[in-house]
Design a protein around this ligand. Structure first.
Ligand code: GLN
Length: 191
């Protein structure tokens, strides 16, 4: 069984756990530094509020050990705020706490507006086809390095990428019923 660490400081982590468990994975909630000692095959960075998540990661001493694991190649599935945590840089983000910066993209935080920026649509994901996409005060990717694989765009804006073992999504597959992206994450880990 793949052992997946799910960052559980704040935000929509339980939904990821349910989906991954339904696909046969074991989930470990990461709430404090000592939770990082368990051997992990993969990591989920959930949606929520990236500023709060970044502050807690730093305050709890989890930032540096997690950054090292990701930089060393631990597979990551990051959604929404999680994507902001992975991104090398961000616009419209005044948060003083650091991002992991392991994904060479520039995100625009709250790219669709703060209040009215929540919507659902369908988009084509490379290798998967049509996929339901729910956006909640989401970022999008303004610019990606050439070596980043762009998996999906909505209205021309990049909303899904893969770079090495890191998958970054602006939307929330864990809030729907389509498990194909989580399954793809688990098969990326297995291969
Ligand atoms: N707006 C949030 C942020 O900037 C992200 C929203 C989400 O994760 N659903 O962190």
């Amino acid at each position: 069984k793949p052992q997946i660490g799910v960052l559980a400081l704040q935000g929509a982590f339980i939904e990821h756990e349910k989906m991954l468990q339904s696909l046969g994975a074991t989930c470990h909630e990461l709430r404090e530094k000592s939770d990082l000692a368990a051997p992990l095959d993969g990591l989920v960075l959930p949606g929520g509020e990236s500023t709060t998540q970044k502050k807690l990661l730093s305050d709890l001493g989890m930032y540096e050990p997690l950054r090292e694991k990701i930089a060393d190649g631990l597979p990551v599935l990051a959604t929404c705020a999680g994507l902001i945590l992975l991104a090398r840089s961000a616009t419209r983000d005044k948060c003083p706490y650091p991002s992991f910066g392991t994904l060479p993209v520039r995100v625009r935080r709250n790219a669709y507006g703060r209040q009215l920026g929540s919507f659902s649509t369908k988009g084509e994901i490379k290798g998967l086809g049509d996929f339901p996409m729910r956006f909640i005060r989401a970022p999008f990717i303004e610019e990606a390095a050439p070596e980043v694989d762009v998996l999906a765009r909505v209205d021309g804006n990049i909303v899904a990428v893969r770079y090495g073992q890191q998958i970054g999504l602006a939307f929330h597959p864990e809030l729907g019923t389509d498990t194909r992206l989580h399954a793809a994450f688990l098969s990326m880990i297995a291969s």
